[in-house]
Design a protein around this ligand. Structure first.
Ligand code: BV8
Ligand code: ZN
Length: 240
């Protein structure tokens, strides 16, 4: 599977992962664009927008409540755990588009959440923010200032947190190897991270059962799932 890099392993010191919904698929969390990308016949892409939230905050909150319940019950899978284990051998940073916190649950210590986190909620007006894992029964929840609370995620049409994005670009341009796992690379600006890596001569590996928008740019393509491929990748670093 990883024959191409087997002899280069000793030169790999800094690995950056760019992960998307596909890496959590084997933890039972639906992806965005797969067949399970619909919820009550609503397209996830249309619900994850600021307009949808202001047009129908109750509906959007019902969607997030269902996702929160599913995510809080979900466990990291062997793919998440392999990335966490790799920290024993090399410097690892995870740039994730996911909001499910499964990388952190698996033990990864350097995770940048490019699109925020479903575990956090914030006020749509004041600076109130908190981490909540309790079920939000009354939707939409109100802040003590009287305004509606929202999930602390980045919706389509919203900018990514500037500090997180700046750091992600720097890390992408300083790695020896970038592994792009479980993402269709449809969503920008996250889909530009492999370009920063390539511009700095990093090796690019894509792990995805399907083609992506950038398959032609990759040095190595593993047409398999992350839960199968990533544990195999980590064994390359284990000195027998
Ligand atoms: C921005 C949080 C500046 C919410 C998410 C026109 C109008 C307005 C905007 C735009 C426009 N055109 C482009 C844009 C920019 C837009 C964008 O990219 N749109 C796309 C759809 C064209 N981006 C933005 O708006 C971003 N902000 O650009 O700011 C700006 C400001 C104003 C106006 C313009 C620009 C913000 C984007 C963040 C959106 N928020 N999530 C929530 O989750 O509720 S994105 C959402 O999609 C998730 O985070 C998800 O992770 C992400 C990306 O999708 P993927 O992770 O790739 O998931 P997908 O389902 O697509 O693919 C899964 C892959 O896994 C597949 O390839 C599959 O084969 C593979 N797979 C499946 N199983 C497995 C597997 N792989 C491995 N193993 C398996 N077992
Ligand atoms: Zn408030």
């Amino acid at each position: 599977m990883f024959e191409l890099i087997k002899d280069d392993i000793d030169n790999i010191k800094k690995v950056v992962f760019v992960t998307g919904a596909g890496i959590s698929q084997e933890s039972g969390i639906p992806t965005f664009r797969g067949k399970d990308g619909l919820w009550r016949n609503h397209d996830a892409m249309k619900l994850a927008t600021i307009d949808a939230f202001y047009n129908n905050p109750k509906l959007v909150w019902e969607w997030y409540n269902e996702r929160r319940a599913n995510i809080f019950a979900a466990k990291p899978n062997p793919g998440h755990r392999a990335i966490a284990e790799l920290e024993k051998y090399v410097k690892v940073v995870v740039l994730t588009q996911n909001i499910d916190g499964l990388h952190q649950k698996a033990g990864s210590s350097q995770v940048l959440e490019l699109h925020g986190s479903i575990i956090k909620i914030k006020c749509s007006v004041c600076d109130f923010k908190e981490e909540t894992t309790y079920e939000i029964s009354k939707v939409p929840p109100l802040c003590r200032c009287g305004n509606i609370l929202r999930p602390d995620v980045v919706w389509f049409g919203e900018s990514l947190p500037q500090d997180v994005w700046q750091k992600a670009m720097v890390l992408a341009s300083q790695c020896d190897l970038m592994i792009i796992v479980g993402t269709s690379l449809v969503v920008s600006p996250a889909n530009t991270l492999p370009i920063y890596a390539k511009q700095n001569n990093a090796l690019l590996i894509e792990i995805n059962p399907e083609n992506t928008e950038m398959s032609s740019e990759m040095d190595l393509i593993i047409r398999n799932t992350s839960a199968i491929s990533l544990p195999k990748f980590v064994t390359l670093f284990k000195k027998n």
